[in-house]
Design a protein around this ligand. Sequence first.
Ligand SMILES: [Zn+2]
Length: 603
Amino acid sequence: MTEHTARGVTWDLTDLYGSPADPRIDADLERLQADALAFETCWRGHISGKHNHGIQAAELITLLSQLEEIWQGAGVLSAFSYLIFAADTANPAHGALLTRVRERLTDLRSHLLFVELEWAALPEATARPLLDDPRLARFRHHLIRERDFTPHRRSEAEEIILDQKTNTGSQAFARLFDETLARARFTVTLEAGPKEMSEQEALALLANPDRPTRKAAADALTAGLAELAPLLIFIYNTLIADHSTDTRIRSFGGPMAERNLANEISQGAVDSLMTSCERALPMVADYYRIKGRLLGLEPLYDYDRYAPLVGGGEIPFSEARKIVLESFGAFSPRMAEIAHMFFENRWIDAETRPGKRGGAFAHPVTPSRHPFVLMNYLGHPRDVMTLAHELGHGIHQWLARERGYFGSSTPLTTAETASVFGEMLVFSTLRRKLAGTPEALPLLCGKLEDTFSTVFRQVVMTRFEQAAHAARATEGELTGERLNALWMEVNRPMFGDALHLRDDYANWWSYIPHFIHTPFYCYAYAFGELLVLALYARYLEEGETFVPRYLELLAGGGSDRPEALLKCAGVDIGAPGFWDGGLAVIRSWVDEARELGVPARTG
Ligand SMILES: [Zn+2]
């Protein structure tokens, strides 16, 4: 029944291309190739000043505008091939198209790479006047960012080799991981007998009200992952080693350095975020003690972590749509208008299907087009939050289009701002509606558990990655037992004695896609969540006047440093104790859950 709640909610990719066999795909690949060659012939040597007396601002604008055009075209091809693959990874035509487009675009990039390299190598005295030129304002932040990476760039020939080998290296392993988990079937032994399920379906059962069902799903995941272990362990070891090779070749100071630089955040700031969260960690155990009492299950086990407090009705997709639009609209009609387009124009793929990629994402495509959202909607309250989350991303991507190809995308740290803010808006609407009813407590607990997942769980996952990368560097290839031990070591302190992690939980690191696709991504979620709590506090304080500033923050995209954009919205992330503000809000929710839980217990 559950899987039917979003049945038929699929996206329409024909805005991009008709099908993987659309002849326009090859025509566009050919045209882009020709454009790139013409661009190279025209501009190579111009930035470096090899063929002239140094590039002038007006020429640099023309160059960047032409480059932007080429990348937008490439972006559409790349988006289409990825989106159609994500929607059905089992279709061999999709995998083949994805690979073909990637290979062609890698070749394309090899003709354009000289721009970054010549720009990055330009002496400061030559680059500075260009950066200060108001005519180049639209490209300024991008140009500054490119130069941040100067010390880590290799020669053009080396860059081309590195880029080309990625397709058969890390990218290939990441795809193998995706396909393996998309194909994997987990045998969940329910009362009615064993049932084959996808990873997503089995994970969803962890929120089932029935304890034996949750345990059966957890057991199936453990057993299924154990079966895949040799492959998953090999993939992860390979990717850690690949990452370490990159770190060494590019002279980054450590495994996190490249991510931090891309995130425009210092290791010091990341450490301060992580240690602030770790200091606040005891509230997780406090909460699970309350939850154990409320459920009458003491002790709780790992498979009880997401147990709902009441049966929790199924929410059809149409209802989720209403809730999200209403919540966004109460904050800003403009936000609701944009979200509305996603539903009306079929920019969302929400139904679950075999072969469809798990999880959820919003893909910006390119500023010349529009974003798409993918999720696997099963009708749980958490899925409504996911919808709000991905639409938050989509709205951000839509608003930031104005900044053009080079200025629209944000670093990961602020990439989660709009998504988590979107969730916060839905939470507040539901909270108002349910105040004083028996559903208020489950709603609050659901929000708390989600917040724990985005803050503390992500910090724990980052600690795991740090430990795994460090261990791989000193101990060589890691065994499954070693990785399992590292996983348990970082997870145990989160729950204290309030929730018992069985040894079965030890291999649950092995399905997390972020470890594979984007090492050290996870702390950005904690950053985003705590940042949003601060922004939301601003909104409560300021009311209406905050709204346009918030939308402006989103429309700013990645056109300036996150700190600078946030300052305009009234938030100073460098202030001492900044992270403690958001953590205090979460703490207050735990206290509220305790109070709300008292009458439930005695009455
Ligand atoms: Zn997100």
